[in-house]
Design a binder for this molecule. Structure first.
Ligand code: NAG
Ligand code: NAG
Ligand code: NAG
Ligand code: NAG
Ligand code: NAG
Ligand code: NAG
Ligand code: NAG
Ligand code: NAG
Length: 862
């Protein structure tokens, strides 16, 4: 039974991985590229591997341990370096290291691995030091190493590639790492002058562990039980209890007691309180078992009765990039250690050992228990007094049979297509008083996910690209100071500091509410999405609705629009700045709809509409609508409105590939008439700017994220919804679409063939005349523009221009202005406030001519 469960699960995991694992994956609602949001960063030229972070909240200083260097940074703005100290491996040590076959350029350097507070004026620092781990004290007043040159064996790994964890508890360093050059001897130890302790070097104790995290859990303050402080270690190791054709990994939590002094004879200078148990993180209904622990965060909060461990896990065979978050109550783990069954090895068939549940008598005092009041009452005042029977038992039975189960018996979050590496959790109170645990999770591609559990479903509020070079997030740290909380992330390339929310980037009330971000609320007074103050008081007049119910937003009847002028034959790109990945973008043209020739339209980046080979018939009002489902409601917003006018050029027709706009020095210059030869030049800027971008979204079930390669599909997908309207959708099933397009083309072919053969003379004639009529009848939708508002811009360059009460050249400010019209009853207005100067070349408006008009309001707001 014991063997079947995980093995079957793993096989099922593989099956799921090749199957439809994406079906349940939530995707981040908003994706922030690195340049889109304000992040503070630190990187010292020539220094890499920023893997150790330590925050001093009272000094507002972030200490960073990197390769051969330690820095002190201003914790409020890590771009401001306060101090630096270098600790390079000596040439002599490097030479010895290289002799042993290690790389002098990468491995034989001093990677800082331990960075712990020793006192108010000193840090305890250990580094790999060219495969000779060494520890030193860093004096914080002079910010210099004292040169103590302590042997760091057992505290710091030899090899920078090996795992490590450490925690300083009352001046004594507890660490988990490997003890030898080869990394084959794992150890959990305490470096203490009065009682250094370590684990037995035996497979049942530690079996090829990969250390992840360690922390101290103080004895409960309320219960005056005379209990002991415990130090918890988290790691993944090779299973002894389950056998499989390959090494099966098992995530573990282990615990030692601070008061442990080792045994007198048995377990001399060894832990007498070392017990470990399996951590369970699985989703039985989909047979997913997450058996590799990546990171743990201990959430402590005054309103939590006990600390909660949040862990990120991945499956062992992770070709799909599945990740999960599981949370555990401390008491669940404690119960396993203090009341659970032990496991024991049994020899079967002479040589083979098998681990089974131990059902015999357990000696007293209970093996592995901390010395508490009860033990003291029984005259066991320290581990040195413990009877041999107890010590021998714990030496042979360090593994518990019971497992530590997660809260609610299931993961808080399961996601595919992303490998989670690190986690921190902040507990915050929303406007309505509800408390949320907000998870900040780092990925192996330099991004940070922010997720929250909302009424039984998980919502990934946003994804932020912290590291543009896509390096894995190796360390995450959360500052806990009220009012100025930040997330700090370290990678091999640098350190980044991010605020907990980017409320200011959400520009409308609907956006602010749909974000369902407990840190953000809409302020009607300032018409801005603001960070919710952590104290009461000014919270009163704010709007926040964690259910995503946008009806709380004040009705908006404003609708701004932009007007564009194009030449015949140009290619137009109409922008729609919809940030939400959960929304579907739908383009509408007039009420009579787009014409159905599919090569005419394209979507760029799932949002922006491309119209090729413009003709007079393309003039009119284009609207970009976003449809977002929140729970069982669909919220519809008009994201952008474009009024397009195509002008006839009385000269030779412009080739279809001619550039609509080119940019020089950050300014938009109009395309001045394109010669007929231009289409033949393969170097034409517009060709390069537009054609590679014909990215049509694939199935919306696949979460988009900047950490994934964009899928480029060469065909343009369009769909006829009614005879009147043609939508370009971002979320359609590609297979259905292909089938549809295939049959459509087939029908067309049949029709054309029959036409050609003259089998259908009546219909054929009708069709031909219809086509001819349509060509002769240019649609003008600007006929009822207010003529008084017409104004011509003088500047030679031009551009998309939003109408405003006082029209002004778009390039003067770099901003588009906004026009109020009674255009729509939708509770929305979405201004495109991105600066033109900030836009990459390809995102700039294409528009060419220099006129500016008021367009008619068109009141079909849906
Ligand atoms: C150290 O940083 C370099 C440069 O980013 C990277 O290639 C290397 O893998 C890192 N090494 C470790 C052990 O993190
Ligand atoms: C952080 O410090 C850097 C360097 O002094 C400065 O350029 C930057 O403006 C600061 N950022 C903030 C948000 O204060
Ligand atoms: C670690 O042990 C060494 C030698 O046993 C001792 O000199 C040093 O002070 C100890 N460090 C800590 C932090 O306990
Ligand atoms: C996740 O990691 C595995 C290897 O550990 C890799 O094969 C896979 O491509 C990664 N997935 C993503 C989405 O990064
Ligand atoms: C503990 O030791 C004291 C004195 O050494 C003795 O009087 C007492 O009976 C002992 N108690 C137990 C429970 O053994
Ligand atoms: C974890 O603790 C919370 C309260 O702190 C409790 O509501 C919940 O039932 C506990 N879960 C488990 C699995 O013990
Ligand atoms: C552009 O449209 C015109 C009709 O408006 C048509 O004659 C011409 O062939 C089209 N050009 C291309 C490249 O599709
Ligand atoms: C949406 O859900 C709410 C409760 O969650 C329910 O009261 C309501 O009837 C549902 N509406 C629809 C259209 O299903």
């Amino acid at each position: 039974r014991r063997m079947c469960l995980p093995v079957g699960g793993l096989l099922a995991t593989l099956a799921v991985v090749v199957g439809t694992a994406v079906a349940f994956a939530p995707s981040p609602r908003i994706t922030w590229e690195h340049r889109e949001v304000q992040l503070m960063q630190f990187h010292q030229p020539g220094i890499f591997n920023y893997s150790a972070l330590l925050l001093s909240e009272d000094k507002d200083t972030l200490y960073v341990g990197a390769r051969e260097a330690v820095f002190a940074l201003n914790a409020l703005n890590i771009s401001q370096k306060q101090h630096e100290a270098y600790w390079r491996a000596s040439e002599d040590k490097k030479a010895k290291c290289a002799e042993k076959g290690k790389s002098k350029q990468t491995e034989c350097l001093n990677y800082i691995r331990v960075l712990q507070p020793l006192s108010a004026t000193a840090l305890y620092v250990c580094g790999t030091n060219a495969f000779q781990p060494t520890c030193d004290h860093l004096d914080l007043t002079s910010f210099q190493f004292l040169g103590r040159n302590e042997d760091g064996k057992g505290r710091c790994p030899f090899d920078p590639a090996q795992s490590y964890t450490s925690v300083m508890v009352d001046g004594e360093l507890y660490s988990g790492t490997s003890y030898n050059f080869l990394g084959s001897e794992p150890i959990i130890s305490r470096n203490s002058s009065h009682s250094p302790l370590r684990t037995e070097y035996a497979i049942p104790w530690l079996n090829e562990p990969s250390f992840v995290f360690s922390d101290v859990i103080r004895e409960s303050t309320d219960g005056a039980e005379g209990e002991d402080d415990r130090v918890y270690f988290f790691f993944t190791e090779v299973s002894v209890e389950y056998e499989f054709i390959f090494k099966l990994m098992i995530p573990r939590v282990a615990r030692v007691c601070k008061g442990d002094l080792g045994g007198l004879r048995t377990l001399q200078k060894k832990w007498t309180s070392f017990l470990k148990a399996r951590l369970i993180c699985s989703r039985p209904e989909s047979n997913l078992i997450f058996n590799v622990l990546q990171d743990i965060f201990v959430l402590r909060s005054p309103d939590l009765k006990e600390p909660v461990f949040y862990g990120v896990f991945t499956p062992q065979l992770n070709n799909m990039g599945l990740s999960a978050v599981c949370a555990y109550n401390l008491s669940t783990a404690e119960a396993v250690f203090s009341r659970g069954k032990y496991m024991q090895s049994a020899t079967v068939e002479q040589s083979h050992t098998k681990w089974v549940s131990y059902n015999g008598a357990v000696p007293t005092p209970r093996p592995g228990a901390c010395i508490n009041r009860e033990a003291r009452a029984a005259n066991f005042s320290s581990s040195l007094n413990l009877p041999d029977k107890t010590l021998q038992f714990v030496k042979d039975h360090p593994l518990m049979d019971d497992s530590v189960t997660p809260i609610d018996n299931r993961p808080k979050l399961v996601i595919s297509d992303v490998n989670y590496t690190q986690i921190v959790v902040d507990r915050t109170q929303a406007l309505d008083g509800a408390v949320y645990d907000v998870m900040f999770i780092g990925t192996d591609r330099g991004a940070l996910h922010k997720a929250v559990n909302l009424k039984s479903s998980v919502h990934i509020i946003e994804e932020t690209q912290l590291f543009p070079d896509l390096k894995p997030v190796q360390t995450l740290l959360l500052s806990s100071k009220k009012g100025r909380k930040f997330v700090y992330a370290g990678s091999s390339s640098g350190v980044v500091q991010a605020p907990l929310a980017f409320c200011g980037e959400l520009h409308t009330c609907v956006d602010c509410v749909l974000a369902r971000d407990p840190y953000c609320a809409w302020s009607p007074a300032t018409a801005a999405c603001v960070a919710l103050p952590e104290t009461d008081g000014p919270r009163r007049d704010l709007i926040q609705e964690m259910s995503g119910d946008t009806s709380v937003c004040p009705d908006k009847i404003k609708e701004s629009y932009r007007q564009h002028f194009f030449k015949h034959g140009d290619t137009a790109e109409l922008k729609c700045s919809q940030k939400s990945n959960l929304a579907r973008v739908v383009w509408k043209f007039q009420n009579s709809g787009l014409k159905a020739e599919s090569p005419k339209y394209g979507l760029v980046g799932r949002k922006n509409l491309l119209i090729f080979n413009l003709s007079e018939g393309d003039s009119g009002v284009y609207r970009c609508l976003s449809e977002e489902r929140v729970r069982n409601k669909t919220v519809l917003q008009v994201m952008a409105k474009h009024v397009l006018e195509v002008k006839v050029v009385p000269r030779t027709p412009v080739p279809f590939t001619s550039p609509a706009v080119r940019t020089e020095g950050g300014r938009i210059t109009p395309k001045v008439s394109a010669g007929p030869t231009q289409g033949s030049s393969p170097q034409t800027p517009a060709v390069r700017a537009t054609t590679p971008r014909a990215i049509i979204p694939s199935s919306s079930a696949v979460p988009t994220s900047m950490s994934r390669k964009p899928k480029t599909v060469s065909s343009v997908v369009s769909e006829v919804h009614s005879e009147k309207t043609v939508y370009l959708k971002s979320g359609d099933n590609r297979l259905l679409m292909s089938l549809f397009v295939f049959f459509f083309v087939l029908c067309l072919c049949l029709f054309a063939y029959n036409c050609y053969k003259g089998y259908l003379p009546g219909q054929c004639l009708k069709f031909r005349s219809a086509v001819l009529l349509a060509k002769k009848q240019p649609v003008s939708d600007l006929s009822d523009c207010e003529p008084s508002a017409k104004e011509t811009l003088v500047e030679q360059g031009s551009f998309s221009q939003q109408n405003g009460g006082q029209p002004k050249p778009a390039l003067d400010t770099g901003y588009e202005t906004e026009q109020d019209t009674m255009a729509s009853r939708l509770p929305t207005d979405r201004e495109d406030s991105q600066r033109i100067d900030d836009l990459p070349v390809r995102d700039r408006p294409f528009d060419v001519k220099c006129e500016l008009k008021f367009a008619d309001s068109d009141a079909d707001g849906d």
